[in-house]
Design a protein around this ligand. Structure first.
Ligand code: HEM
Ligand code: HEM
Length: 190
């Protein structure tokens, strides 16, 4: 499989970024929703630290993914796809990119406004985004973090629904060309 995308399909790096980030966001959502229900124990502190470290990792991966994506052209859409669907897909994809950037940023903002530590997997300190404790911004940043997460969940329902509809309804290659492994289309072209 080629590293770069072609007219016929996504390159290996786009696919790797897509599924790695999707898996991390799924884990991150589950950890986030679970940890806020925990009683105040040392385990809670450790799970919060893990959530924050994974979140910062996602942010870095998303920045690399966007930089790479801007250097490539996307594969051609299926020829029978109506214009409104192409536009809807572009709008959803653009919003997904904006959300997977804004969610970790808002988490980092909330953490900074709370004046809580941020140590990447116990290895090094990451500075805050505010000048120490910011009681005005703290609840606003948290509300943003929570709201954007649920907006992402709603958009993902649309996104995954559309992918499955392409695969099982339209029977085109849209899902296959994003897959990795034997079921994936190579994207090498004819
Ligand atoms: C894509 C990345 C992320 C996702 C999907 C995510 C998701 C979530 C979710 C679902 C919650 C639970 C919200 C609730 O129901 O109250 C949460 C809470 C939290 N997140 Fe994230 N998060 C991400 C990144 C980050 C980052 C980078 C940080 C900080 C550096 C962070 C810090 C926090 C904190 C401190 C809470 C607890 C809020 C509280 O005390 O109520 N998150 N996150
Ligand atoms: C957290 C989960 C996910 C996120 C954030 C996400 C995000 C994205 C984004 C931003 C794109 C646009 C790619 C680009 O133009 O650069 C994309 C494409 C795609 N995604 Fe996802 N995705 C997720 C999960 C899934 C799942 C679970 C499926 C399948 C069931 C899926 C199927 C696809 C397909 C088939 C494409 C290619 C669409 C095309 O060729 O136009 N995604 N995804």
């Amino acid at each position: 499989m080629r590293l770069r995308s072609t007219e016929a399909g996504w390159g290996a790096l786009v696919r790797a970024f897509h599924w790695l980030i999707a898996a991390l966001i799924l884990a991150q959502g589950i950890i986030g929703l679970t940890m806020v229900q925990m009683g105040l124990t040392p385990a809670k502190v450790r799970v919060f630290a893990l959530h924050k470290s994974i979140g910062v990792t996602i942010l870095a991966l998303v920045l690399l993914r966007i930089a790479w994506r801007l250097s490539e052209r996307r594969p051609a859409d299926p020829p029978a796809m109506p214009r409104w669907q192409r536009r809807a897909a572009r709008a959803v994809h653009g919003s997904l990119y904006a959300l997977i950037l804004a969610i970790p940023l808002s988490g980092w903002w909330f953490n900074s406004a709370s004046n809580a530590p941020l140590v990447w997997f116990g290895l090094f300190d990451i500075p805050g985004l505010t000048r120490g404790y910011a009681p005005f911004w703290k609840p606003r940043a948290l509300l943003l973090h929570q709201t954007l997460f649920w907006v992402l969940v709603a958009l993902l329902a649309l996104h995954v629904g559309a992918a499955l509809w392409h695969h099982f309804g339209q029977r085109d290659d849209v899902l296959r060309r994003m897959m990795i492994g034997p079921r994936g289309q190579t994207g090498e072209g004819p």
